[in-house]
Design a protein around this ligand. Structure first.
Ligand SMILES: C[S@@+](CC[C@H](N)C(=O)[O-])C[C@H]1O[C@@H](n2cnc3c(N)ncnc32)[C@H](O)[C@@H]1O
Length: 362
């Protein structure tokens, strides 16, 4: 396939996936599943019946055959987002990445690429990866990489897969601190490194310290930092933030900001998580304790020892958390932390808290 064809494929997939993601995650759906399906099939396949005529999964010939056969198989096995899963895997094997936005013209041109013939090696690889998806492995682990803002990050089970909301958290941090190019930050719970590495990438004189309780997470952050040539501006430590009043040595210092997307699922909500999450992601990346605030409260408790006066704390959380944090801060004035703003995510859920360390005047 030629380079322009790859771009078309990329743009098509990215457009489709982002629309689908929003449709799946927002309560008020502007883009419906039905609408997406009809858009998909009307552009690229005359009728859905055609897909049924494509033969078994093992007899794939063209990109379109593979797409339809695996979509059908995923549907039969009740795999969530069947079209999208097949599309991502096949695009990945063909060497495309999720990166660009789409236009209607691009989508129309894309139709020809569907007739590209797959060789035996490609077919085997597609089948192997699709088998993993059949086991409900998240697509990010199946592909081994995922895009976060402007970076492509390696993904490795069981390290937490960065979510779209967190891209917004980083956007808020960068917007708020845009006049401080040499920002010095601390990230608690860095996972794959998505937040820290994006800040380093987009604020080119910034420096940071990132910690995580998980060895796998720290190794992945280091690996991603190296691949992205950002290692010289980040220190990484395997370290667990505990309830102990003594600060871990590795995070001692004075920072402009603390940023964290801590584990924040309420204990009672854990059983409702999808198998993709419970089977594959580290439970310690998810479990926030009874009220989802265990790590959040540890951060608020120690912030005054780590932040410069006026320094910021940026937190992602559950929509119930801002009110709970506000209430907790009222009964814990020793923290000298104030909630200054609550911001919503793309689904209008109160998701992000901006707090400040404002020491008492002596
Ligand atoms: C929700 S994930 C966020 C990962 C990454 N920052 C992101 O947004 O994709 C939470 C991370 O915090 C780490 N973590 C959980 N409890 C921790 C603790 N007490 N101290 C340090 N890290 C912790 C987990 O291992 C996990 O990587």
């Amino acid at each position: 396939m030629t380079y322009p064809s790859r771009i078309r494929w990329l743009k098509y997939l990215n457009h489709y996936s982002k629309a689908l993601y929003r449709a799946a995650n927002c309560q008020y759906q502007q883009v419906t599943w039905q609408g997406l399906r009809s858009c998909f099939y009307s552009s690229h396949c005359p009728t859905e019946r055609k897909a049924e005529e494509c033969g078994s999964v093992g007899q794939t010939h063209t990109v379109r055959d593979a797409l339809h056969q695996w979509t059908r198989k995923f549907k039969e096995e009740k795999i969530p987002e069947p079209d999208l899963s097949a599309g991502y895997i096949i695009g990945h094997v063909l060497g495309f990445k999720r990166a660009f936005l789409d236009t209607p013209e691009m989508r129309a041109m894309y139709a020809t690429d569907l007739m590209t013939r797959l060789d035996e090696k490609q077919t085997d690889r597609i089948n192997g990866l699709c088998q993993k998806r059949l086991q409900r492995m998240p697509i990010q682990y199946v592909l081994g990489e995922w895009d976060f803002r402007f970076l492509t990050l390696s993904m490795k089970q069981p390290v937490f897969i960065p979510r779209q909301e967190t891209e917004e958290l980083v956007g808020l941090v960068l917007h708020f601190h845009r006049k401080k190019p040499n920002l010095h930050f601390l990230e608690i719970g860095c996972g794959s490194g998505a937040i820290s590495l994006s800040i380093l990438h987009e604020l080119q004189q910034s420096t940071g310290v990132a910690i995580d309780q998980s060895v796998d997470a720290i190794n992945l952050t280091r690996h991603n930092a190296k691949r992205l040539c950002l290692s010289d501006r980040i220190q990484t430590h395997r370290c667990e933030l505990s309830d102990s009043p003594r600060l871990p040595d590795c995070i001692m210092g004075k920072y402009d900001i603390i940023v964290s997307n801590p584990p924040y699922i309420f204990q009672e909500d854990m059983p409702d998580l999808a198998p993709e999450i419970t089977r594959y992601e580290d439970p310690k990346a998810l479990k926030g304790g009874v009220e989802g605030m265990d790590v959040t409260l540890r951060i608020l408790n120690m912030a005054r020892h780590l932040l410069l006066p006026g320094g910021s704390i940026w937190l992602e959380g559950d929509p119930r958390h801002p009110a709970m944090i506000q209430k907790w801060l009222r009964t814990n004035p020793h923290t000298q932390v104030q909630l200054v703003n609550v911001l919503k995510d793309f689904c209008q859920r109160t998701r992000f808290c901006h707090l400040k360390y404002l020491p008492y005047k002596r």
